[in-house]
Design a binder for this molecule. Structure first.
Ligand SMILES: CCCCCCCCCCCCC[C@H](O)CC(=O)SCCNC(=O)CCNC(=O)[C@H](O)C(C)(C)COP(=O)(O)OP(=O)(O)OC[C@H]1O[C@@H](n2cnc3c(N)ncnc32)[C@H](O)[C@@H]1OP(=O)(O)O
Length: 257
């Protein structure tokens, strides 16, 4: 896979995808988004990959959609092309995607991070949805995912003022799972990803699907969904191996299928 705006590294069962448009602070233009989408499609189909880490540079995870590319679009072009509908791919990934955010994650950059399954932030991370300062609003889930992650008041303040939020505040309000020193961010993200990738893939995918279902489902239905997934895992080799290994006081050897 030859790419111009992203770099790929493989670390065992983990794929590291690094956004690489440093001179534009990883502004998300159509080429960069297309390459992210293509790489994710490959990882989804690759049985040797159990988890993906998405990261940027020390300065920016992504400073938003590429404003220079957006500026001259017309409403007809945007509506007929519906480009944003195609850019939701990270949110549709079945395998876990961890966002490792240092520096700016703004606008579409923050939305991209929120499409991932969880965010690990460097102490240098700055999050925000500053679209209002450009005369627009978030267009890739920012108003929807932010409220569900951090609650209405703080989400509304961030969206209406366009102010940025540092890593500490982001962790305190629940946008970020954990903070790491900037020079340890990637190490921490890869460690989490390797832990996940060593587990039973059916259980991991079902766990992700069940957690995501909480966004879309009333509690009683969500609990029923989770219960059906729980019962179904008793048909897998990995459930027998996992519970047997515990009883025999040894590490499980999951087959990942
Ligand atoms: C399956 C595929 C999945 C992919 C999912 C994709 C997710 C969705 C992507 C589309 C989202 C569309 C909807 C979205 O809600 C809309 C937006 O994101 S609008 C943009 C929002 N972002 C901003 O408003 C931030 C803009 N940038 C800044 O405010 C500042 O640059 C900064 C980040 C505060 C840093 O300031 P400085 O340190 O002073 O640096 P500079 O400003 O000089 O920037 C350096 C250099 O980078 C260029 N640049 C920075 N940000 C952008 C940008 N967003 N677009 C284009 N270019 C940008 C800047 O112009 C400088 O370059 P130069 O002009 O010097 O060549």
């Amino acid at each position: 896979m030859d790419y111009e705006t992203i770099e790929i590294e493989r670390h065992g069962r983990v794929a590291l995808l690094r956004l690489n448009r440093p001179r534009a602070l990883n502004a998300l233009n159509a080429k960069l988004i297309g390459e992210i989408a293509d790489a994710l499609t490959h990882f989804e189909a690759d049985a040797e990959i159990g988890c993906v880490v998405l990261t940027g540079s020390a300065e920016a995870f992504a400073a938003g959609a590429d404003i220079k590319e957006l500026r001259d679009k017309t409403v007809a072009e945007a509506y007929l092309d519906d480009f944003l509908a195609r850019w939701d791919g990270v949110a549709r990934a079945r395998k876990p995607v961890i966002a490792a955010v240092a520096g700016y994650a703004l606008g579409g950059g923050c939305e991209l991070a929120m499409m991932c399954d969880f965010i690990l932030a460097a102490d240098t991370a700055k999050f925000g949805q500053p679209e209002i300062k450009l005369g627009v609003i978030p267009g890739s889930g920012g108003t929807q995912r932010l409220v569900r992650s951090i609650g209405k008041s703080k989400a509304m303040e961030l969206v209406l003022t366009g102010r940025l939020m540092g890593a500490e505040e982001a962790e305190r309000c629940g946008l970020v799972a954990r903070i790491a020193p900037a020079d340890k961010l990637l190490e921490e993200a890869l460690k989490s990803a390797q832990t996940i990738a060593a587990l039973s893939l059916p259980a991991v995918l079902m766990a992700k699907e069940a957690v995501e279902r909480a966004y879309e489902t009333p509690l009683s239905e969500g609990v029923r969904f989770e219960r059906r997934m729980f019962y179904s895992l008793f048909a897998t080799h990995d459930q027998k191996e996992g519970m047997t290994a515990f009883i025999e006081k040894r590490s499980p050897k999951f087959e990942h299928r």
